[in-house]
Design a protein around this ligand. Structure first.
Ligand code: ZN
Length: 387
């Protein structure tokens, strides 16, 4: 019998962890779902972050295939953390479902939902020492990197899921479609050799891609596989463990990343199911190479055909995310002013060759942060809501 996870997506709303929403997710936010998880699963504290925040490990399943996954090693990448808790809800609330039951009886899954709690609290990519943990796999200078490495060495996983967010700039191929999800099997040498371990992870990604393409047509991308020994995924792959990088990206209008969260939920379950059923072995590794490579072709907003200081140009604006209070603000920054920009945008406005200025009537220029601009003497609000 071929098992699928498709039916679970239809019931997604029932499993969505309602304690988590939006972009700002720190240890305070996950304390409620962690408490809930502890009544069904083994939840441990495996160490403390640089600033003394607990780092949790959740152990799920009783099977032989060992899978290690970690989320939010970059503190400002919270979408996959939300999805991980949605997946935990399916495991606890729907364990009688044949697909879920098979995953739980075939796999032992270790989940670190927030590897970088200090970065999560400050909404930074780096940890409290300003170090990118995904460039510390070799040196292991940081306590958070050592905690993950110790887990890896002791658990000796058969597969790793390395869970991240990516910026809104990525398209899936040279197409006007955002890379809502991207995947990568990291290289383990500079030649980017397709080793047996890499081939395994390519097949799992191929299985996920095949299953998700119907729900998410054109919006799945493949990340650059240039080798970097300092990256965690490259190191674990080099140590012989098939490793899959998941990148949660932008879906149309979804700056809160609640829609993307649903796709990540589906992708994680689909990957686990492919491993639990061994169905990934029937996927050709060439499917991986069918996935279009990510390109940096998107801006958040482009104003087309604008008159700036007497010239007709396009104006590209990119949001910068900043933490203010308990919300993430999206500040528009003018990044590019040039005629006929060959880029796509998540939102486009045609200015009909009218003059565009700052609210004080001064001309627009690159690198300025704008929350409002004047188009034809009407105020256009640039900022999106806060999440
Ligand atoms: Zn990341």
């Amino acid at each position: 019998m071929i098992r699928s996870t498709k039916h679970l997506l239809k019931e997604y709303e029932a499993f969505k962890e309602t304690a988590l929403a939006g972009r700002y997710i720190n240890t305070t936010h996950i304390s409620i779902p962690l408490e809930k998880a502890s009544s069904n699963f083994d939840v441990e504290i495996v160490g403390e972050s640089t600033l003394g925040e607990p780092i949790h490990l959740i152990k799920v399943g009783t099977g032989k295939i060992k899978i290690l996954m970690w989320s939010q090693m970059h503190g400002n990448e919270s979408t996959t953390t939300k999805a991980v808790f949605d997946v935990l809800n399916v495991f606890s609330e729907n364990s009688q479902d044949a697909t879920i039951n098979n995953i739980l009886s075939s796999c032992a899954i270790y989940i670190v939902p927030m590897l970088n709690p200090d970065g999560a609290k400050a909404y930074t990519r780096t940890n409290a020492n300003g170090v990118d943990l995904n460039r510390d796999a070799k040196e292991l200078n940081q306590i958070e990197s050592r905690i993950l490495r110790k887990l890896f060495d002791e658990f000796q996983p058969d597969f790793c899921f390395n869970l991240h967010d990516q910026r809104t700039i990525f398209s899936a191929g040279e197409n006007p479609f955002p890379a809502t999800l991207s995947f990568l099997t990291p290289s383990e040498d500079i030649e980017r050799s397709v080793t047996p371990g890499r081939e395994e992870s390519m097949k799992v990604i191929g299985a996920i891609y095949r299953e998700l393409s119907e729900q998410l047509p054109n919006c799945i991308g493949r990340y650059d596989d240039g080798y970097n020994a300092n990256c965690t995924g490259d190191t674990f792959q080099n140590l012989g463990v098939p490793t899959i990088l998941f990148e949660a990206g932008h879906a149309n209008g979804d700056y809160a990343r609640e829609k993307t969260r649903e796709y990540v939920f589906y992708a994680i379950l689909s990957g686990l199911n492919a491993i639990a059923t061994r169905s990934y072995k029937e996927i050709a590794s060439s499917v991986y190479f069918e996935i279009p490579e990510n390109e940096k072709l998107f801006y958040d907003l482009i104003l087309r055909n604008a008159e700036v200081q007497g010239k007709i140009v396009d104006i590209a604006i990119q949001f910068k995310e900043t933490l203010k209070g308990n919300k993430i603000n999206f500040l528009g920054t003018v990044e590019n002013i040039a005629p006929k920009l060959a880029f796509f945008a998540h939102r486009e406005i045609n200015c009909d060759f009218q003059e565009v200025t700052l609210p004080d009537l001064k001309p627009l220029f690159e690198n300025v942060i704008v929350d409002k601009i004047l188009v034809k003497n009407e105020v256009l609000v640039i900022n999106y809501d806060k999440y």
